[in-house]
Design a protein around this ligand. Structure first.
Ligand code: CTP
Length: 400
């Protein structure tokens, strides 16, 4: 999460400048304060009004246009937690490399000690030119972070290397750089979505889980430096840097998770696993003319309870409890019965929480600790609170 972080977003003159608007919106949504700075030529590609509307303050373009701030470049550079330039042209990259301060953006880049991310975007010939390659190599050596470019379709026809990295991967790079890094190197497995148990060739027993909370947990853990495997029943876009394993049924989810469990530091079972499945699924479509079918159900394996009974030393096991009644008693019971280190309980009957929504409100229960309430927030903020708790449990500090 980027709450309280101040990011200068530099935009230079290229076709991809329009994507800076989306990047700005995503950064603001993640809680950052975005200060947009456009070069003069960026103004030929996008309107300052558009970028201002989706940033945290109006666009700045010149060294001299604010009478209240006579030296804006030092103010902006010194106050920033990060400078992001997206898109960055060959000219900006060259000027930054040689320390040529000709406009507000290049001045800000020279007047900061904050980390810098440069996201190049240009035609393949330019990107592959030895001068550009040399400038990029020098900037990298100095510790500047270069994100992209990607290969793909380019403006003006043709395709090749030079396309601006996607807004998702640029924002993920910002999050990685500004995150606490408190999960560096941790191996994390997260399950997401609701399992689907076949009745016949076309029908399933399913549930209302959207998978959004599991995906938010995966994005948060990856941003904090973990290597994350997400075992999912849904087709949401994969968070940047996360390995997604697609499954359908409880049995498939169990097989994938048990295959990686022993080597995992943290397992979070956010999935709504079906408790019952048909004993036998018909391999054809059941026909109406044959009458109402008798579907015999059997219990599915309890994946989490199985993991709890074989938990290796040092592993942190986290469950979810979706409840409609007696939240605390049910959550405490599951915490003990499944031998968990933490359970995330939510009232799925309340408005704006639980299944399908973009927001959630949860209570965290850990053995011997007082319940910890995380009030209504977007699912990424909930994910950050869950991993704050997991990290403090692993550091042995959660009772303080
Ligand atoms: N879970 C699991 N395997 C199952 C059922 C549940 O791993 N077959 C996990 C869920 O992913 C969740 C936790 O167990 O992390 C609690 O799930 P929940 O459905 O709330 O609890 P149940 O134990 O199934 O109990 P009940 O449905 O009676 O509330």
């Amino acid at each position: 999460m980027l709450a309280g972080k101040r990011i200068v977003l530099g935009v230079t003159g290229g076709i991809a400048a329009y994507k800076a608007v989306e990047i700005s919106r995503r950064l603001v949504d993640a809680g950052a304060h975005v200060v947009p700075v456009m070069t003069e030529s960026a103004g030929r590609f996008i309107g300052a009004t558009t970028l201002s509307a989706l940033a945290s303050e109006p666009v700045k373009t010149r060294l001299w246009d604010d009478p209240d701030t006579p030296i804006p470049h030092t103010d902006l550079g010194q106050a920033a937690d990060l400078i992001l330039v997206a898109p960055a042209t060959a000219r900006l990259i060259a000027a930054y490399r040689i320390g040529l301060s000709t406009d507000l953006l290049t001045n800000v880049l020279l007047a900061t000690r904050a980390p810098v991310i440069i996201c190049p975007a240009m035609h393949t010939e330019m990107w592959e030119h030895p001068s550009v390659a040399d400038n990029i190599a020098t900037l990298r050596q100095r510790g500047v972070h270069i994100v992209g470019p990607e290969s793909g379709r380019l403006a003006g026809g043709g395709s090749g290397a030079g396309r601006l990295a996607s807004p998702e991967s640029i924002v993920a790079a910002v999050e990685r750089l500004l995150s606490a890094g408190d999960m560096d190197g941790m191996r994390v497995v997260i399950s997401a979505g609701g399992t689907r148990e076949p009745i016949d060739a076309v029908r399933v027993i399913a549930n209302r889980s959207s998978g959004k909370q599991g995906y938010a947990l995966a994005a948060e853990a990856a941003a904090r430096g973990a290597s994350v495997t997400l075992v999912s029943t849904v087709d949401l876009p994969a968070p940047v840097g996360v390995v997604v394993e697609r499954v359908e049924t409880a049995a498939q989810m169990q097989a994938v998770i048990e295959g990686v469990a022993a080597a995992s530091d943290v397992i979070v079972m956010a999935a709504a696993v079906a408790d019952f499945r048909p004993v036998a699924a018909a391999d054809h479509k059941l026909k109406k003319r044959d009458g109402v079918p008798q579907i015999i159900l059997e219990p599915t394996p309890d994946i989490l309870a199985g993991l709890g009974s074989r938990k290796p030393a040092g592993q942190t096991l986290v469950g979810f409890a979706a409840e409609t009644d007696d939240l605390e008693a049910n959550a405490q019971h599951k915490l003990e019965a499944k031998r968990l280190d933490l359970i995330v309980a939510n009232d799925v009957g309340a408005s704006q929480t639980g299944f399908q929504h973009d927001t959630n409100a949860v209570t965290l229960f850990a053995p011997g600790a007082a319940p910890f309430v995380v009030p209504l927030a977007n699912k990424r903020t909930i994910a950050a609170a869950v991993f704050d708790r997991i990290v403090s449990i692993r550091n042995g500090t959660h009772r303080s």
